[in-house]
Design a binder for this molecule. Structure first.
Ligand SMILES: *Cc1c(COP(=O)(O)O)cnc(C)c1O
Length: 868
């Protein structure tokens, strides 16, 4: 390891910035004999081969393996084993299978030397692993039997696992779905991210209804799904100074060095041995550096440096769709990109190919702008360390990277102050300035004298201080840029990237509509539905779980009453499963005979949970106005919310507080509680989504048009036969194209109207009383304290009364109208079930397998390859 570094050499000019300490794991080059046959690498081949473990997956072998782990890995016995211990033993036993497949897959890649793709994402929202691994390995029934024999229930053990929640929401969950699809399609793809000690915070609800945040100690118990790689470490430098040499080169030295250590998580493909890797980096203090301080007698500084090194990967920033320039966040970004690129570089070098062939073996996808520092970092490696001339290096870099944009919201576009970058990463600041020169010269050539255009396109935004525009850097330094749904990609071309479209032509900017993995979001979360589909289509599950277009076969059964009955029974049992879950976790009783209306996603003004809660209050007031006889005709409804707000997002947190307090009043009102119930389920997570989604009749995706890039939970609901109330936004549009507009409840203004409306709100405001009286009534009831704490909600209400940037007053009437149509449609239950069946049947396009194939073919140029 690293304690052998001589402190005297630290910071000396010419020292390599990223030194390698890797006992090569996957960099093994097999030796061959004269005939070209691979030689056994060491010792007695027979002794090795007769001793190597195979995959015995009969029930007695599984039981033996679980009990073996109880005895040795956990040092426990039958009499003191609880559900947690049994879970851990089962997980370790499953992990053995994954490791053997992982080894074989990685050795296969090493031998075959295919081009590989790397998915760089600061977030991976993986959820739980055991159930998913069992399903992908095809071992669930056997483990179920074996675990019962040992006196436990598999369902109980599955509940013991903590979610790996290293992500905020959609972006991180997308990365997780993409890993599943890559492995399932036998594509050589690795993920790179950070191993945060604390994932997204745990959400608690205070007595007054507001959100509290607690740390998420997901590593409290051993995490059986990761392998620490003590021998895969890299040094990462911060601060110091960079001295320019000639030929655009420089020497970066001094400052602070920290260690990145790898943790590997195995990603099993579905019905294949192919098992890919998610490599997460943990930061550690570098011993050699500490030693120097100790020698200088500066004990305190040495201790401080070890604290700050560990801090880098301690916590995931809980912001979704906003950025604020915290130095530690920039440190995380560089730490992760530097370690990942050093690792990728080492693997490439093991191939023994000339550096000019780098893009023939490596494709790197940047998931949003968070990993954009990879662009200057790879330039630094090529130019400063590998002696590649600047222009040639730029060619290689721009042929290696691809960039996915996830939002056009202005507050989400990453910018970093130049002074901060200058101080933390002086060499990268120089490189960014040098890349700016490239931009200037190409723009100057194509648009001579167009200074305004140049100012917009520059990597540097003028101001005090100047800022670096990461989206511009990500665009300039990559081969292709994509948005995540058709509308969004079009908006990218028309707004934030317009000048770059003029410069490069439109072909650099395209679309890959997001997808979801049907393994987790159909088979795992809704086994009853997946069984019914298999039985009805007379197809093994593997057929439609690998080719989701096969669901179209359900269309011919949509009118079959016997099938409709079974379909409805599955939905009903999923509602009861959810009700049971809520009963045991929260002690609440849900009416399972009502329509379930669900909105679960991060809390954000653009997602308009406020519109939903105002709609609920409107429904409540309408019910109160009715006579008991009139109410009896109303279709009972349960409205469910879940979602976290960023800890510093005041208005979003106020929305949660309002929902919780409205729920208290409504659910206690004897006049209405049989017709309307409202729940806010705390601590939204992947695991909670897996229970909620299969139970929904209708779900809400009601962002202001043009603000939701794609959405993926809309796909999850529709795949599970839930219908959609939505605005004409993101992937809602493509879902409607597939399932037919008659099966979707659309409302609200369209994207082209939004800008004009906002302009009017700004310069010709009309009071809400005039513009939308029903909404005004709702706002006034809240103000007047009908749901408690009247004054508390004023800042939230004022966002609507004043600028109404997200246009609630413009969309409220058509929203209420859409909900009325939902009620009417639900009255004709047979017709509703048909819509539900047709929706599921047409969800083929939204498999993440399709999205990953698109990336593999149109972007990365990689091919499937698997061990025999
Ligand atoms: C799918 C998913 C999301 C994304 O939801 P959207 O409604 O598309 O924003 C967020 N969080 C979790 C836990 C998810 O599973």
């Amino acid at each position: 390891m690293t304690s052998t570094i001589d402190p005297k050499t630290i910071g000396k000019p010419g020292a390599r910035t990223v030194r390698k300490h890797v006992r090569s794991l996957t960099g093994y080059t097999p030796e061959t004999d004269e005939t070209g046959k691979e030689k056994w690498p060491r010792g007695d081949e027979k002794a090795w081969k007769t001793s190597m473990r195979g995959l015995d997956t009969d029930i007695p072998s599984i039981t033996k393996s679980i009990v073996g782990h109880v005895q040795t890995s956990l040092a426990q016995q039958a009499h003191n084993l609880d559900d947690l211990g049994a879970y851990q033993a089962a997980a370790l036993s499953v992990r053995d299978n994954l490791i053997l497949n992982w080894n074989e897959t990685q050795m296969h890649y090493t031998r075959k030397e295919p081009k590989r793709a790397y998915y760089l994402s600061l977030e991976f929202l993986m959820g739980r692993t055991l159930d998913n691994a069992l399903l992908n390995l095809g071992l669930k029934p056997k483990y179920d039997d074996s675990i019962s024999q040992l006196g436990f229930r598999l369902e109980d053990l599955l509940e013991q696992e903590r979610d790996a929640a290293l992500g905020n929401g959609g972006l991180g969950r997308l990365a997780a779905c993409y890993l599943d699809s890559s492995a399932s399609q036998e594509l050589p793809v690795w993920g790179y991210g950070l191993r945060y000690k604390y994932g997204i915070f745990q959400q608690l609800i205070a007595p007054d209804g507001s959100q509290l945040e607690a740390p998420d100690p997901w590593l409290e118990h051993d995490n059986p799904w990761e392998l620490p790689r003590l021998d895969v470490t890299y040094e990462v430098r911060f601060y110091g100074h960079s001295e320019r040499l000639d030929n655009m080169k420089a020497v970066w030295s001094g400052g602070q060095e920290v260690l990145a250590m790898a943790y590997d998580t195995m990603i099993p493909g579905y019905e294949t041995k192919s098992t890919n890797n998610l490599r997460l980096w943990e930061s550690k203090p570098k011993r050699g550096f500490d030693l120097q301080s100790f020698n200088a007698g500066d004990y305190e500084r040495a201790v401080e440096s070890s604290n700050s090194a560990a801090a880098i990967t301690s916590v995931l920033y809980p912001n979704d769709h906003t950025t604020f320039g915290k130095e530690l966040r920039l440190k995380q970004q560089y730490f992760w990109t530097a370690a990942s690129l050093a690792d990728i570089m080492r693997r490439f070098k093991n191939l023994g190919k000339p550096i000019s062939e780098f893009p023939d073996y490596v494709a790197i996808q940047l998931n949003d702008t968070h990993p954009t520092l990879a662009i200057p970092e790879l330039m630094r490696i090529f130019v400063d360390e590998e002696d590649v001339p600047w222009d040639a290096a730029w060619q290689l870099v721009t042929n290696t990277f691809f960039f996915t944009n996830h939002t056009v919201l202005p507050e989400a576009l990453e910018k970093w102050p130049v002074p901060l970058m200058q101080n933390l990463l002086p060499r990268h600041m120089q490189i960014i300035f040098d890349i700016t020169e490239i931009v200037v010269s190409v723009v100057e050539k194509k648009f001579p004298g167009d200074r305004e255009r140049l100012a917009r396109m520059s990597l540097i935004e003028e101001g005090y201080p100047q800022n670096i525009r990461m989206a511009n850097l990500a665009c300039i330094g990559t081969r292709k840029v994509n948005g995540v749904a058709e509308l969004h990609s079009e908006l990218v071309r028309l707004t934030i990237m317009k000048d770059f479209v003029d410069l490069y032509g439109v072909s650099k900017f395209s679309n890959v509509t997001n997808g979801i993995t049907p393994r987790r979001w159909l088979d795992q979360c809704n086994p009853r539905l997946s069984n019914l589909i298999s039985e009805t289509l007379k197809l093994p599950k593997a057929v439609f779980l690998k080719d989701l277009y096969k669901l179209e076969g359900l269309l011919q059964f949509a009118d079959d009453p016997a099938f409709q009955k079974k379909w409805a029974a599955v939905k009903q049992s999923n509602k009861e499963r959810l009700a049971q879950h809520v009963q045991t976790t929260l002690g609440l009783k849900i009416n399972t005979h009502a329509m379930f209306d669900v909105q679960i996603k991060r809390l954000h003004e653009y997602k308009r949970q406020t519109l939903n809660i105002m709609g609920v209050i409107h429904r409540y007031l309408t019910l109160k106005d009715m006579t008991p006889a009139e109410r009896k005709k109303v279709n009972p409804k349960v409205v469910l919310f879940a979602g976290k707000a960023a800890p510093g997002y005041y208005v979003a947190k106020l929305t949660i507080r309002l929902i919780v307090n409205v729920a208290r009043i409504i659910n206690a009102d004897a006049d209405t509680k049989d017709y309307l119930q409202l729940y806010f389920l705390p601590d939204y997570s992947v695991s909670l989504a897996e229970v909620l989604i299969p139970a929904s009749d209708i779900s809400q995706h009601i962002s202001t048009a043009g603000t939701e890039a794609s959405g993926t939970s809309n796909m999850k609901f529709c795949l599970n036969g839930g219908l959609l109330v939505g605005t004409v936004d993101g992937a809602n549009i493509e879902i409607a194209e597939e399932v037919g507009e008659q099966n979707v409840f659309f409302f609200g203004h369209l994207t082209p109207a939004v800008e004009d409306l906002r302009y009017k709100h700004m310069y010709h405001p009309v009071p809400v009383e005039q513009k939308c009286p029903p909404l005004a009534r709702v706002l006034n009831e809240v103000s007047a304290g009908r749901f408690g704490d009247g004054g508390v909600y004023e800042p939230l209400l004022n966002t609507i009364r004043q600028h109404d940037y997200y246009l609630l007053t413009e969309d409220f009437d058509s929203y209420i109208q859409a909900l009325k149509l939902v009620d009417e449609a639900y009255q004709d239950r047979t017709e509703w079930i048909k819509k539900s069946i047709r929706t599921t049947a047409k969800m083929g396009k939204f498999s993440s397998d399709r999205a990953i194939q698109d990336y593999a073919q149109e972007y990365w140029n990689i091919e499937s390859t698997k061990p025999e």
